[in-house]
Design a protein around this ligand. Structure first.
Ligand SMILES: [Zn+2]
Length: 439
């Protein structure tokens, strides 16, 4: 800017207005409000000359320059000067020079970005962190040293997410605890999901969304845990999102008369679970239970169950479910690849349309089955951090939000059958409840 003012003084030009777009690259095509304002002033005839530091500050795209030149011609602006090279747009030589410079600037910019890309790839392959202004959550400013307090937090978040808690609920918790993101703002589900699914926290280096290898920094969670996080996110995507829960035991109770699922009643006076008859529900419609006491009883039973040796024993068997989950994922991926291959063969006419259809059908059926199974399969990860924690959880139980409570209950309880009650009974008869444990 200083140089421009000096040049204006040398030429005896009066400075009408200064237009500065700071830090906005003309090449990236960012909006440049000051540049737009200048074009407006030129077009309306308020200015008769333009003084630029260098042409690449003005425009970096040949097409943009073309527009600039046309605008100058129409508005009768003939004086365009730069500090670094003098160009008179008023004559053909100047115009040619300007175009040449613009073409050069575009090329240089492309070369620079290729250089930056090469450098980024090199860093990635060495497992080193990339540039960028913000440190990643869980790490110090050098992007390599682990911040122990945040690392602990990440492990907690992963465990709770795997235990069935939603990203939304975890964000609420973080914000209530007064824990900020690295940018200093509140947590949003997108930010949280990014952290949870990142290869970074599992000690992996990603480049353009792909894992390229081990990173130079320490892992906060294991790659297997990260895979489980990805599985759960995918399973959630497949099974669709649910509306927020209002009853702790929604979907977890069955009618002792007909075996049908109990639904939360919409009656406002007392919260109840009821067996609904009718076409949508198909139950007997002859069973109802007040929600409060049954929720209390089941919660207590679940927390007790967490501390029993039976559960610890069952845990060993649970590892098999994890393996099954991973197997299903692998099979699913392979089948999706297969479909892609079939499509390629069909498009290159290696197989006919009819053959393609025949080949596709069993694979598509397999994919549907695997997706359904995955949506229902609860791996071992759900119980991470819960086993043996019953006593401690009991103390905090009332302070936990409904979704967190439900996640814990569902990790342990498959469903509970509710037997018929005695008409007019005032309190809950616990013998009406028969839990079927997941483990
Ligand atoms: Zn029923």
């Amino acid at each position: 800017m200083e140089d421009c003012r000096k040049l204006a003084a040398e030429r005896g030009w009066t400075v009408g207005e200064e237009y500065v777009d700071n830090d906005l690259s003309a090449f990236k095509g960012n909006a440049r409000p000051e540049y737009q304002r200048m074009l407006g002033d030129l077009a309306s005839g308020h200015r008769d000359g333009v003084l630029i530091y260098n042409l690449d500050r003005l425009t970096r795209q040949p097409m943009e320059l073309e527009q600039f030149v046309q605008l100058c011609e129409r508005a009768g602006v003939s004086q365009v000067a730069t500090v670094t090279a003098d160009i008179d747009m008023g004559n053909d030589d100047g115009l040619f020079m300007a175009r040449l410079l613009a073409a050069f600037a575009a090329k240089e910019s492309a070369r620079k970005s290729a250089r930056i890309k090469r450098k980024a790839l090199q860093l990635a392959e060495q497992g080193k962190p990339h540039g960028g202004p913000l440190r990643p959550f869980g790490f110090e400013d050098d992007k390599v040293s682990v911040r122990s307090d945040e690392a602990e937090l990440i492990r907690t978040l992963v465990a709770r997410f795997l235990a069935g808690e939603s990203a939304r609920s975890l964000c609420t918790w973080l914000n209530e605890e007064g824990i900020a993101t690295v940018a200093g703002g509140p947590w949003m589900t997108t930010t949280l999901r990014q952290v949870l699914r990142s290869g970074r926290i599992a000690g992996l280096r990603e480049h353009k969304g792909e894992i390229v290898g081990p990173a130079v920094w320490e892992a906060i969670i294991t790659p297997e845990q990260r895979q489980q996080v990805l599985n759960r996110m995918e399973a959630k995507r497949v099974s669709g999102t649910r509306s927020p829960r209002r009853y702790l035991l929604s979907g977890l109770l069955r009618c002792g008369r007909c075996g049908n699922r109990l639904f939360s009643s919409l009656r406002v006076d007392t919260r109840r679970y009821v067996c609904h008859s009718g076409p949508d529900h198909g139950g007997c419609g002859r069973l109802t239970i007040v929600a409060g006491p049954v929720e209390e009883w089941i919660s207590a039973a679940v927390l007790h169950r967490l501390d029993t040796p039976e559960l610890a024993d069952a845990l060993a068997g649970r590892r098999a479910a994890d393996e099954r989950q991973n197997e299903l994922w692998a099979a699913l991926e392979a089948d999706k690849d297969l479909l892609q291959e079939f499509a390629l063969m069909a498009s290159s006419r290696a197989i006919g349309i009819a053959e393609w259809k025949t080949a596709r059908e069993p694979v598509e059926a397999r994919i549907r089955r695997a997706e359904q199974q995955l949506a229902h399969l609860s791996g071992t990860s759900q119980l991470e951090g819960l086993v043996g924690a019953g006593r401690e959880l009991r103390e905090r139980w009332d302070g936990l939000n409904l979704e967190r409570q439900a996640a814990i209950v569902k990790a342990v309880l498959d469903y509970a059958t509710v037997g018929p009650g005695t008409r007019g009974a005032r309190s809950l008869d616990p013998s009406r409840l028969i839990p079927t444990w997941r483990l």
